[in-house]
Unconditional design. Structure first.
Length: 393
């Protein structure tokens, strides 16, 4: 890491995690962002789905291209440019009336958010204790998203209308610019490929591809349930204040699922915790698929977040085991975004065509398929490990 700003220093670590939180906000706070657009612009579910797909597509382009530029460009320069771009886009948002123009502008915003997230992720991955760094990043991502999820529908949208979302984006971008001197410049140590990296075993590559497939299918199903969560609460005639508060609470409680692997490690393996996560997600689907009480909505939202955050770290761990060089883990961000783009489009069609019950039926099928593929990945890794031990013996 160039210069004295390494992520081993706590202020630098916190600032880098904060940038990752702002970059991930378009994903984590998606329900209330779409809800705010629906309320201020009277958009229907099909239009909201198109906007969500556009945001995810923009982020996909950014994180996919980051593989080529993230270690060549100055991280500070990229973050400064993207923070200023966010401020400019936000200033234009209230004046955009047409749905197509709004969708295109938000796709550009998705790209900017993805470009903010990528250098922060690269910096965190260089920590000597990446599990600690990512745990802090997850905690800050949850805190920022929870704050937005609660304040946007409760305070900002009623008071500011069309300017509510732009104000959130501009304030967070200004905060990034104020902290820029504490950010790492970039990695100064070029990554040299080893012989094993250049020519990885075919079986190992296939296992990694299967792991990426599991994550993609998981996000295809998940994103529809997540992006329409605010609309589900609205269709149940729940107040915007209650919905925002529950989504904020669900994000905070859900962070516990992400911290579970850090506390217990792989004591229970990499399959059983994911089975538990899928059970929680299926329970959330049952609760949210049919209109019910406010308490039922709260329980469904919390279970959805806990199951989501419990499953993902173990999927990451399996990818890391399949490829110790870390290429699959880095590429998994693009896979998540690709799954989100596909899932958002399918979700909108399902909600318009058959309603939320159809959406959650699709969701259940996707998470079960992801579990099946993940189980296959872990079994292949165990078999490969056994063979390696046999060869050593």
């Amino acid at each position: 890491m160039s210069g004295s700003n390494t992520v081993e220093k706590f202020p630098v670590l916190i600032t880098t995690c904060l940038v990752s939180s702002i970059g991930a906000m378009s994903f984590n706070a998606m329900p209330v962002l779409l809800g705010g657009l629906a309320e201020t612009r009277a958009l229907n579910e099909s239009e909201l789905s198109a906007i969500a797909s556009a945001i995810f597509f923009g982020s996909l382009i950014a994180v996919f291209s980051a593989v080529y530029w993230v270690n060549r460009l100055s991280w500070r320069l990229v973050i400064i440019v993207m923070a200023i771009a966010t401020i400019l886009i936000s200033a234009f948002l209230p004046f955009i009336a047409g749905h197509i123009q709004l969708t295109m502008l938000l796709a550009l915003l998705g790209f900017v958010m993805g470009a903010l997230y990528s250098p922060a992720l690269a910096a965190l991955s260089l920590s000597r204790t990446p599990e600690r760094a990512f745990a802090i990043a997850i905690a800050l991502q949850v805190a920022v998203s929870a704050l937005v999820a609660y304040s946007l529908p409760v305070f900002l949208t009623p008071a500011l209308g069309l300017w509510a979302i732009p104000c959130v984006l501009m304030i967070t971008s200004i905060l990034v610019l104020l902290c820029i001197s504490w950010l790492p410049e970039r990695s100064s140590d070029p990554v040299e490929a080893t012989e094993s990296d250049v020519k990885a075993p075919r079986k190992q590559v296939l296992t990694g591809i299967l792991g990426l497939m599991a994550m993609c299918v998981f996000y295809i199903g998940l994103i529809g349930a997540w992006e329409f969560l605010e609309r589900i609460g609205n269709s149940w005639s729940l107040s915007h204040e209650y919905i925002g508060g529950i989504i904020a609470l669900a994000l905070i409680v859900g962070a516990g699922g992400a911290l579970f692997p850090m506390v217990l490690g792989d004591r229970f393996g990499k399959v059983r915790p994911v089975i538990l996560a899928i059970v929680l997600l299926l329970a959330a689907a049952i609760l949210l698929s049919v209109q019910g009480t406010a308490l039922r909505f709260a329980a469904g939202a919390i279970l959805l977040n806990v199951g989501w955050n419990l499953a993902i770290p173990f999927m990451y761990a399996s990818l890391a085991d399949a490829d110790p060089s870390g290429r699959f883990v880095v590429f998994s961000v693009s896979i998540q975004m690709a799954g989100a783009v596909i899932g958002a489009g399918i979700a909108g069609a399902l909600v318009v065509g058959v309603g939320f019950s159809g959406l959650f039926t699709f969701f259940g099928g996707c998470v079960l398929m992801a579990l099946a593929i993940h189980t296959l990945v872990v079994r292949r890794l165990m078999a490969s490990s056994s063979n390696s031990v046999g060869e050593i013996d």
